[in-house]
Ligand binder design. Structure first.
Ligand SMILES: [Zn+2]
Length: 69
């Protein structure tokens, strides 16, 4: 189970990926009701909503530093 790095919510990434299928890196076409993801510096990050994704995109290093520290 992936965790939303912004709000801490658990994300069912397998269900999410099954629904969206193969999405090229950076493509925003995902169902926001199931969550969304973003590829950044070699890793996929999962989010419960576009709002959390946008917060991460604005300050990715800050959220990564918080989650690893
Ligand atoms: Zn969230």
């Amino acid at each position: 189970m992936a965790v939303d790095i912004v709000c801490g919510k658990e994300i069912a990434e397998k269900a999410m990926n099954a629904t969206v299928g193969h999405v090229p890196a950076g493509a925003p076409e995902v169902d926001p009701s199931l969550g969304t993801k973003r590829f950044y510096q070699g890793e996929w990050y999962y989010f419960c909503s576009m709002a959390c994704r946008q917060k991460f995109v604005a300050l990715p290093d800050e959220y990564i530093a918080k989650s690893s520290g």
